[in-house]
Design a protein around this ligand. Structure first.
Ligand code: HEM
Length: 532
């Protein structure tokens, strides 16, 4: 085994602050402090003096300890570890970290809830983020996924609307926690593409028992590119070694009261105890020539590729074996970005992915205070970094020489690698079309996969889903929103719609040509569903 996993750890060590036990307290300027409990005053009972530089520096620094929390995924927990491939994936991708089973690549993973603020509870009904930064020999690769394989919307231009609807209501900042309020359900009931993801959100997947027992999904269709420039569509899957486990709703609510840090503590304690969580990375591979062989669009992030159609092929494993030294420095300041890719991994024209490729860098510019956040230790690649970027807030490098290209004077400007296989070359996909704001008709089937999800559930799983809809939708004050949502459910399964309607006091939707049952669901017995 090579020593690569230690490269990130060794790099981190160089950033550790001096051991506090090794010397006296100092100011930021390194001047030893004689006393830190009383400010300098004129007389024992007199006013504080301006010249007390220690007092002013101490307060100034404290006053500026907080940075903006992430606009979504604000609450999280992170850990370091490593990834190793089972075998070479050279047939599909030239990505260096997927070539050699003897090479371990260091990783940092951040798990998160999406909706709640930084101080909210862990065990709310929500999507969980599962973001992995691979510190590869060719630069950082970020796989910024969730614990559900699909998403709420098809196009990132709707993300601000969706998040505004999900977040607490603007006039009073209520509610936090559970996703039950009029604005979310109003949006959902008017935006049928959300229905597949809403089925996942109302299922037990939305209340994982542990981050160690959660799947992860890259969600989008990405592209592998091999050394010959051949592309293959790819969906990424993380599968936990401990299996997938959820809380039941009553447990989740009790945990919120008893231990709001239930999931964060579990991850931390397991790693401290040497019970290192492990995931297998799998891929679904689709040859480029099969792009249109599905009854949905591969570019539509509200759809998954059924595993019966394209099996998941295991390609490696990831182990998390080190807790961060410092939550703020590492877990809070880590900056994931879907556009952090390495040679051999490329994008598709999924309009949600394309929006993300803009949004992460943009938000981190403000969240992390300027353009130099790649200098923060947790974000630093282990691969060498040579750029012509200069200056800016929080510049930590001392550059020498010139900083432009082309450049005949040298003296600092790095050479250009060129398209030689080592450098990142964008996949030469042919694109052609009119400039239009219009989604392809291939994105228009909103209900078939939602129905497939419902039909794959056992009776007790269905009961939990119906209970969740009744609980969440039952809190919605606006009757029309409840009715519209129930009508949407009728497109998925009429039995589901009526079971929810009965629990929240709205009329059953009219069974009509629209209220189709794409696949029969004979196992559903309304009598067994009970109340909430
Ligand atoms: C943060 C996943 C869609 C914007 C995150 C994080 C994850 C994630 C895991 C937390 C990263 C961390 O731990 O630091 C996803 C997935 C999506 C999705 C799987 C859909 C498949 C979007 C879209 C946008 C967006 C469509 C905007 C167009 C953001 C922003 C953050 C974020 C602004 C905060 C990043 C930061 O402050 O560092 N997302 N997201 N996301 N996401 Fe997404």
């Amino acid at each position: 085994m090579t020593e690569q996993p230690d490269r990130k750890e060794r790099q981190r060590e160089t950033h550790l602050a001096p051991d506090p036990a090794e010397g006296p307290l100092t100011t930021d300027q390194g001047v030893a402090v004689d006393h830190t409990d009383d400010s300098l005053t004129a007389g024992e009972r007199g006013p504080t003096l301006m010249e007390d530089f220690h007092f002013r520096e101490k307060l100034m620094h404290f006053d500026h300890e907080r940075i903006p929390e992430r606009v979504v995924h604000a609450r999280g927990a992170g850990a370091y570890g490593y990834f190793e491939p089972y075998e070479s994936c050279a047939e599909f991708t030239k990505a260096a970290f997927l070539q050699d089973p003897s090479v371990r690549t260091p990783v940092f993973v951040r798990f998160s809830t999406v909706q709640g603020p930084r101080g909210s509870a862990d065990t709310v009904r929500d999507v969980r983020g599962f973001a992995t930064k691979f510190y590869t020999s060719e630069g950082n690769y970020d796989l910024v996924g969730n614990n559900m394989p699909v998403f709420f919307i098809q196009d990132g231009i709707k993300f601000p609307d969706f998040v505004h609807a999900v977040k607490p209501e603007p006039q009073n900042d209520i509610p936090t926690g559970a996703s039950a309020h009029d604005t979310l359900w109003d949006f959902v009931s008017l935006q049928p593409e959300t229905m597949h993801m809403m089925m996942w959100l109302m299922s037990d997947r939305a209340i994982p028992r542990s981050y160690r027992m959660m799947q992860g999904f890259g969600v989008h269709t990405f592209r592998f590119v091999n050394a010959n420039g051949k592309g293959t569509f790819v969906k990424f899957h993380w599968k936990p070694k401990l299996g997938v486990h959820s809380l039941v709703w009553d447990e989740a609510q009790e945990c919120q009261g008893r231990d709001p840090d239930f999931n964060r503590r579990d991850l931390w304690d397991a790693i401290e105890a040497g019970e290192y969580p492990e995931w297998e990375l799998g891929v679904q591979l689709v040859p480029e020539e099969d792009e249109f062989n599905f009854d949905f669009d591969l570019l539509d992030a509200t759809k998954l590729i059924p595993e019966e159609q394209v099996p998941v092929r295991p390609i490696g494993r990831m182990v998390l074996d080190r807790n961060p030294h410092n939550f703020f420095a590492e877990t809070e300041q880590v900056a994931f970005h879907t556009a952090n890719v390495v040679p051999g991994i490329d994008f598709t024209n999924d309009p949600l992915l394309q929006a993300r490729n803009f949004s992460y860098l943009d938000t981190q510019l403000i969240r992390l205070g300027g353009p130099n956040f790649a200098h923060i230790p947790v974000n630093q690649p282990v691969a060498p970094v040579r750029t012509n970027h200069r200056d800016g807030y929080h510049q930590t490098a001392i550059h020498t020489g010139t900083n432009y290209s082309p450049n005949s004077l040298g003296g600092g400007c790095p050479a250009i690698a060129g398209a030689d296989g080592y450098a990142y070359t964008h996949y030469a996909e042919r694109v052609d079309g009119d400039k239009i704001r219009k989604r392809s008709p291939s994105f228009k089937d909103f209900y078939s996969q939602a129905a497939m999800f419902w039909n794959s559930m056992s009776d007790w799983e269905r009961k939990h889903i119906v209970d969740a809809f009744r609980f969440e939708l039952g809190k919605v004050g606006t009757v029309q929103v409840r009715e519209r949502t129930v009508n949407e459910l009728a497109h998925i399964d009429y039995g589901l719609a009526t079971a929810v309607a009965e629990g929240i006091g709205v009329a059953n939707p009219e069974p009509g040509p629209d209220n189709h049952k794409p696949v029969a669901s004979p196992a559903l017995s309304l009598d067994n569903l009970g109340g909430d």
